[in-house]
Design a protein. Structure first.
Length: 323
């Protein structure tokens, strides 16, 4: 599966290990079933001057508005959220499950209009490719983590900041067809995310294996007391939490896991599109190097962990095990 960069102990995923499972309902959200990671760099490297120009333009507009004591512009630029309606929805929902849902499942090439072309272009940018790669990688590693416990009567998975839980639900549906029973507890502070996840679970035929809880991740120890998770995943949240707070939270997560339990989490890494994300998409995040990401799990008390990056090396996934 992986090429290993020995000195930093970072693995780079090359081919997703996606099993061929036909369930009929899989077609509902098909893109994650593609058998390769996305790696279209050149178009976005060659057009980088355009994205920088747009970034500077939006930066200037916002600076002027703020100096004049006015709110930020309703539309950042005609060439992103002006013409692109899906881009606009991503900007409005930045950092939420709704924005990720659009990026995960965008139907490329279906809208034959200028707006459709603009949506396709930006939802194809390297960061969006990397987010879809992350979903594929996460599914692969969640599946592997669950299979670690497949000799148990059932495997209990806790999804923190679950959002739509698309990856978890798709893996549960695959494994159900192979006779492996997974119970999942989905935790999020946003009830709309939990409602959407429930609906998705019904489409995939696993609604009876899912419970939802509207709570903060800070409640992880309390929630785990009765659920006793063997696998905990928390994706798309560390990117918003400062280092010390992240270490304390991951420490609580470790405490909540059963012995030999597995924890999966991820973080975005510095990349050339990060300023575009902040200014044009209104999506600010905490960018971490592999060493900073590793430090969180190590200082939280995990003795063993692996660090895998998707091929664009923008999103890194940590898989840690409690001894
Ligand atoms: C970027 S989305 C990630 C969703 C999903 N994990 C994924 O990767 O597709 C972040 C999610 O975290 C949730 N969230 C934010 N702060 C939270 C908190 N303190 N406790 C629980 N959930 C939180 C949001 O409601 C949102 O659904």
């Amino acid at each position: 599966m992986n090429g290993r960069v020995a000195s930093t102990m970072v693995e780079i995923a090359t081919i997703p290990e996606l099993p061929e499972v036909e369930t009929g309902i899989m077609a509902v959200t098909q893109p994650t079933k593609a058998a390769t990671f996305e790696l279209r760099r050149w178009l976005y490297i060659l057009t980088m001057p355009i994205s920088w120009l747009l970034t500077f333009w939006v930066m200037a507009k916002k600076t002027i508005c703020r100096r004049l004591g006015k709110p930020d512009p309703h539309i950042n630029t005609f060439w992103f959220d002006g013409l692109g309606l899906s881009n606009r929805a991503i900007k409005v929902g930045a950092a939420s499950w709704k924005a990720l849902d659009i990026i995960y499942n965008h139907p490329f090439g279906q809208k034959k209009s200028v707006g459709g072309f603009i949506d396709d272009f930006w939802i194809g940018m390297m960061n969006a490719q990397a987010v879809r790669n992350r979903l594929k990688l996460v599914k692969q590693e969640i599946r592997r983590a669950i299979l670690n416990f497949s000799n148990h009567q059932e495997v209990r998975l806790l999804s923190l900041a679950a959002g739509s839980a698309q990856g978890v639900i798709e893996v549960m549906a695959e494994l159900k067809s192979q006779g492996i029973r997974v119970r999942a507890l989905l935790l999020d502070i946003d009830q709309t995310a939990l409602d959407y996840a429930k609906q998705l679970a019904s489409q995939y035929g696993v609604a009876d294996q899912i419970e939802i809880v509207k709570a903060s991740v800070a409640q992880v120890i309390r929630v785990s007391q009765y659920f006793r998770p063997q696998v905990i995943e928390m994706l798309g949240l560390l990117d918003y939490i400062p280092q010390d707070k992240a270490i304390r939270l991951v420490g609580k997560i470790r405490e909540s896991l059963e012995t030999k339990g597995i924890f999966l989490t991820c973080n975005i890494c510095h990349n050339p599109e990060m300023h575009f994300l902040k200014w044009v998409i209104n999506w600010a995040m905490i960018y971490r190097t592999p060493a900073e990401l590793s430090e969180i799990v190590t200082k939280a008390g995990f003795e063993d962990h692996r660090l895998i990056y998707e091929p664009l090396k923008i999103h890194g996934l940590v898989i840690a095990q409690k001894r």
